[in-house]
Design a binder for this molecule. Structure first.
Ligand SMILES: C[S@@+](CC[C@H](N)C(=O)[O-])C[C@H]1O[C@@H](n2cnc3c(N)ncnc32)[C@H](O)[C@@H]1O
Length: 264
């Protein structure tokens, strides 16, 4: 399979960011919930028995899925134990939690009738290889439904930082053609890929950074982050953000979202 070069992701650092966010994640995750609801709406009412919630976070969608398919068993997988601890607090029946990595799935895994994954696959270091693994964990005819972020996401913040320095301060994301090519290379059928632009508004740059940190999405690959402090730096960043204010003077932050439905 002709996949592109994999990213080198510091999983320990990613895990640390999400661990710090875990307890308060749900308070900051309105956008993630809205996207997840839309993703869940793409899943049909077929009677799925074995389901994987890949990168389950606090289990918000594991619970919703269980409601919808009460006869199912759900495996919740996440890199971050602190997220899984939040799932455990929900005391859901027929749910098994396991710490694990989307790029290196546990070998003893079942075959699943449905794999659901909301806003996780952008953290894969090799999406093509990851999709291949996921296909291997689906039963014949099993369905994969995922949402992920595309190039253009956090564009305003990326550009504002470029007026300050040339270090990476935001992660880069794959484009739709690459994701589509990977899915085809993996041999998925019945492909449906939809895209959507969502723009979130914030009062100032501190609020933007707090929002990213609040959901644990503040680790930047290959960048040793310092704290966003110092009035001068904040002022510079705010100045760089000026072209991206909306009519009410708020800061726009774009999310390019992709919703994928595929079958083995
Ligand atoms: C944006 S949150 C989404 C959580 C959940 N799916 C939801 O919609 O509420 C991303 C989740 O992916 C997990 N994650 C990040 N990298 C991962 C990896 N390599 N393997 C497994 N989970 C990962 C994080 O710990 C976090 O819980």
């Amino acid at each position: 399979m002709n996949c592109k070069v994999a990213l080198s992701i510091d999983k320990i650092a990613v895990k640390k960011s999400f661990s710090k966010a875990a307890r308060h994640y749900d308070q900051f995750a309105q956008l993630q919930r809205d996207i997840g609801v839309q993703l869940l709406n793409t899943v049909n009412k077929q009677d799925y028995k074995r389901i994987l919630d890949l990168g389950c976070g606090t289990g918000y969608f594991s619970e919703k899925i269980l409601h919808r398919y009460p006869q199912s068993h759900i495996n919740c997988l996440d890199l971050c134990d602190a997220m899984l601890a939040q799932v455990a607090k929900k005391r859901l029946v027929n749910v098994t939690c396991q710490q694990g990595d989307i790029d290196n799935l546990p070998i003893d895994y079942d075959r699943f009738d449905l794999i659901f994954s909301n806003l996780v696959l952008q953290w894969s270091e090799d999406l093509c290889a990851c999709l291949k693994q996921l296909k291997g964990r689906l039963s014949e005819g099993g369905k994969l439904h995922f949402s992920t972020l595309l190039t253009g996401t956090l564009n305003e913040l990326t550009q504002a930082w470029r007026t300050v320095d040339q270090s990476p301060h935001t992660n880069s994301f794959l484009d739709i053609d690459t994701i589509s090519e990977y899915l085809q290379q993996c041999g998925f059928s019945q492909l449906s890929i939809k895209t959507e632009t969502r723009i979130v508004h914030y009062d100032n740059v501190i609020a933007v950074m707090r929002a990213l940190k609040g959901v644990g999405a503040n680790h930047v690959h290959g960048h040793q982050k310092g704290k966003l402090n110092g009035r001068k730096l904040i002022k510079q960043l705010e100045k760089g953000y000026q072209p991206f204010l909306n009519g009410s003077g708020q800061l726009n932050l774009t999310y390019q979202v992709c919703y994928v439905e595929a079958q083995k």
